[in-house]
Design a protein around this ligand. Structure first.
Ligand SMILES: [Cu+2]
Length: 104
């Protein structure tokens, strides 16, 4: 009896782990991340210049522009030339980077 329960647990765990992953269609979701190349990082002002692709949620075409980092730690270890994926928000007339991750 104990053995049967153990086997059930072993099979159930990977299934749960897979269910937690985002769906494969995430790239086309409205809040999908945008790819960009870092042009400049200013840690003192927490600003980053990005050459970004189209940002669909903000209805913004591809361009190079400056973003304010919502959290300074988003820019940790970032340097010009890095390829990243990010999410942006437009608040109070300013554009913010709210999420950012390197593309490996
Ligand atoms: Cu822009």
């Amino acid at each position: 009896m104990k053995t049967a329960l153990l086997w059930a647990a072993l099979f159930a765990l990977p299934a749960l782990a897979r269910a937690a992953e985002p769906p494969a269609t995430a790239a086309s979701a409205p809040d999908a991340m945008t790819e960009a190349e870092v042009r400049k990082v200013d840690l003192t002002t927490a600003k980053v210049t990005l050459r970004h692709g189209e940002i669909k949620p903000l209805d913004m075409p591809a361009m190079t522009m400056v973003f304010q980092a919502r959290d300074k730690r988003l820019l940790d270890g970032l340097k010009a030339g890095d390829k990243v994926r990010f999410k942006a928000a437009h608040e109070g007339g300013q554009f913010f980077v709210t999420e950012l991750e390197p593309i490996k």
